[in-house]
Design a protein around this ligand. Sequence first.
Ligand code: FCB
Length: 452
Amino acid sequence: MQRDHRFVWGAAAASFQIEGATREDGRGASVWDAFCQQPGRVRFGHGGDPGCDHYHRYQEDVALMASMGLQAYRLSVSWPRVMPQGRGAVNARGLAFYDRLVDELLARQIDPWVTLFHWDYPLPLYHQGGWLHPDSPKWFADYTAVVVEALSDRVKHWMTLNEPQCFIGLGHQVGEHAPGLRLGMADCLLAAHHTLLAHGLAVQTIRAVSKQPARIGAAPVGIIRFPDNPHSAADVAAARHATFAVERQDLWNNSWWTDPMLLGRYPEDGLSLFAADLPVIGATDLQTIAQPLDFYGVNIYHGERVRAARTPAGYEVVAPAVGRAATCMDWDVAPEALYWGPRLLHERYGLPLVITENGMANNDWVHSDGAVHAPQRIDFMRRYLGALKQATADGVPVEGYFYWSVMDNFEWAYGYDRRFGLIHVDYATGQRRLKDSALWYRDLIQTNGQWL
Ligand code: FCB
């Protein structure tokens, strides 16, 4: 990978997906706890408990991370664990867990990168209106202050929101994720606006409260279109256009989220497309939202192949080949996304990139020799990281890569039925095993990616 010493090799996970212990030490409920209890919402009726039980096994997990040579671990803090009601009283025992976890990581030379919100929204706040409430940005900022006050003596890297496209789009528009709502576009745009304000206020809060100079980003999902023919200027222009266009009555795009954050304005095409449903945008809102960031964190799993065409949009999607390679999420294996994504995002926003998530679900199991071989994941990582390396060789500043996920975990509406981990988890016993892909990643990290 690039020779810059700052490039960091990591892996990621999120609180609700691995912690378990949902009723322990004073943790409050989240929208995901409630969602899991509703019949038919999550595959096989799975829920947060006991799951990976990372809350109790974090020392063993951190030891495994160290054995892989991870330089950084991206974790998320559970808002309702820290503030059971979402605001007001702080739960010292909940906060203490993150204190111990951060210390454990640092003792093993693993840098903690902390996401403040990865979808486990406090249930009591949801009952007060959640992201639709005009005070919701402030609630998030107040919670942020508590976490940053407690951890920033040791934590330098922060991410505000994970994939707002998903928790608003899947959670509030199509109802496949918690809280399971199917709101109209006007409400979704209002909730989205509040999350952007929450991001802006949180960045201001981190800068104000942090005990050391912080490095801050967000972790939106990257919706990537790449050119069918990379040597055709017209296809490249089509990919660029398609990656940033706002074209549908949903929130599944990049620009509606990151133009306000980084360019201080909503994109014009979105403003006209959503004209009938736009929320009232206060005079200073965009100033609040557009706080300077230190890196563009982005989660990239796949992408769509496009080419220039005489269609109203100026491009068309190239259907995947018959017999395409796909992961167990049915996501195309498209390493091009990890080349063109960083390149196009850097071109538009100018920031250095951090891949805050990338990975694949595979039907891993423990083989009869006792190992978890995971050859597809090794090939996936080789291809995707090769593409990322090419992006850096072509001048895109990339500061780090976090594989999703460090261990198998609760994959939202799929429950435990999808395995993304480098570490295999036997949910019946809690036993962990390093998959062969973890050993492959360890060897790669040791050479700083040189043999990719
Ligand atoms: C992303 C989420 C993460 C995980 C991966 C597979 O959308 O941020 O929590 O579920 O997908």
